[in-house]
Design a protein around this ligand. Structure first.
Ligand code: PHE
Length: 454
């Protein structure tokens, strides 16, 4: 990815959409979205998320892709080139993936474990109540699973065979979507699931708070790989003649669809298993691993479907982890002039070592709480709810007031393409994004302190 010659190598618009979608669709959609939706009021969260996706998500993704394509550079260099005063935002865009990727490996390890569970036929045991807690709370097993996941990611990055994996992922993504649809239909047809489906769809505005909106915003950034420079890098590989606006719409659509379906499987099922009590909907980061085996256990071909589901999730997680790690590696190569091998090994050691505290936070270090959060949740919070909104805010200021929306619009209209939502875009990037982000941050801090609730 680091040499200039290989830029612009997506084979057309479809190639760009698929490559970006395979980076975007990952644990954010399958693991993170459902547990947040369950916790933050089901339909309330879904409603807020969709509104944020078509506004913030659309505007920021157009901006980032356009910044990348205009400069032909990845995040750190792109910010510097566009405006020197914003160079530090590029550095922030490097720090964010560096915080995320170690704990991404922890969850990737859990997925690896569950692939194994279904392959060797422990599926019934996995549906038992204490199974996930015993596994995630043990010391060595989660570390070894994480090591396997991180090592596979590193080998792909070292060999530079992302293209091959992406090709496989392109075939696997429609399979994943189809499987999600089948399992969702099954889960929703279970006795008692209807109330859970209602919980997932029906917004309850009494549950709306600054915290909910901030959680949805952080989830949007995480899921769509925004506010951390990734889409800038992807944009730098996009051809000028490809239609940027419609590509962005497709990526946003795919990403939201997978998250929506994952939620539709997990949230109603969890609602049933927790006795239909909305106050008990906060199983946290383990939700997917606790609920899904229970769903599969009631299915006829549960073991095979479960195995397929976790293997597909594994690939979705792997492609995302690869693109996260590649960001680190290319910065090391560019700035410190390292070889790909050395940069990858250093990144791997860092990712693995930094993942260990997050893993242990579910076991022998479970007493360690930072602002009341376990270690993994703390890293997740700092990156998604603090640093990414800051990065997004300054990206919006740069695009809306320094470069001006016209510059971004001109980039989207290269080679005779038309940007249909120009006015909508300009309004969003200048006003809605910056003002919205500040308002969401302030109201969630205040509601966190108990001073004010929306
Ligand atoms: N968007 C990915 C997901 O939903 C996570 C990710 C973030 C991947 C940034 C690459 C870069 O899992």
């Amino acid at each position: 990815m680091e040499d200039k010659k290989s830029r612009g190598n997506f084979s057309g618009k479809i190639g760009f959409i698929l490559a970006s979608a395979t980076s975007a669709v990952g644990l954010g959609n399958l693991w993170r979205f459902p547990y947040l939706a369950a916790e933050y009021g089901g339909g309330t969260f879904l409603f807020v998320y969709i509104i944020i996706a078509v506004s913030f998500g659309f505007a920021l993704m157009v901006t980032e892709v356009a910044m990348g394509r205009k400069t032909g550079k990845s995040a750190t260099a792109a910010f510097k080139e566009l405006d020197k005063r914003f160079a530090w935002v590029g550095v922030l865009a490097f720090i964010i993936p560096a915080i995320i990727v170690p704990y991404y490996g922890v969850i990737g390890g859990w997925v690896t474990k569950y692939c194994g569970v279904y392959i060797v036929g422990q599926d019934k045991a996995a549906a038992g109540d204490g199974f996930f807690g015993a596994f995630s709370g043990s010391t060595w097993e989660p570390i070894i699973c994480m090591l396997i996941f991180d090592a596979i990611t590193a080998v792909v990055v070292i060999l530079g065979v992302q293209k091959g994996i992406e090709k496989a992922a392109v075939i696997l993504m429609p399979v994943l979507i189809a499987l999600c649809i089948i399992v969702a239909i099954y889960a929703c047809a279970q006795p008692g699931a209807l109330d859970g489906v209602l919980y997932y769809f029906k917004p309850d505005f009494k549950r709306l708070s600054g915290k909910t909106v901030l959680a949805a915003l952080g989830q949007l950034f995480y899921s769509m790989s925004l506010a951390m420079g990734i889409m800038i890098t992807y944009g730098s590989y996009m051809k000028k003649e490809d239609n940027l606006e419609s590509s962005v719409r497709w990526i946003d659509f795919f990403d939201t669809l997978v998250a929506f379906l994952a939620g539709l499987i997990i949230v109603p099922s969890f609602f049933v298993y927790s006795g239909g009590n909305p106050d008990k909907m906060n199983a946290g980061v383990g939700l997917m691993f606790i609920t899904l085996p229970k769903v599969f256990a009631t299915m006829k071909a549960g073991r095979i479907i479960g195995a397929m589901f976790f293997i597909l999730t594994f690939f979705a997680a792997l492609t995302s982890a690869i693109s996260l790690m590649e960001t680190m590696v290319s910065v090391f190569i560019d700035i410190f002039k390292m070889s790909r091998l050395k940069a990858s090994i250093i990144s791997f050691i860092y990712i693995f070592a930094m993942g260990i505290p997050s893993t242990l936070g579910f076991g022998i270090w479970s007493d360690v709480k930072i602002f009341g959060m376990d270690i993994l949740s703390f890293f997740d919070f700092i990156s998604n709810s603090v640093l990414m909104p800051i990065c997004a805010f300054f990206t919006a200021i740069l695009a809306g007031f320094i470069l001006k929306p016209e510059t971004i619009i001109a980039e989207t209209e290269e080679c005779g393409n038309k940007f249909h939502s120009k006015k909508y875009y300009s309004f969003l990037i200048r006003w809605v994004c910056p003002v919205g982000i500040v308002a969401i941050l302030i109201s969630s801090v205040l509601s966190g302190l108990g001073i004010f609730t929306l």
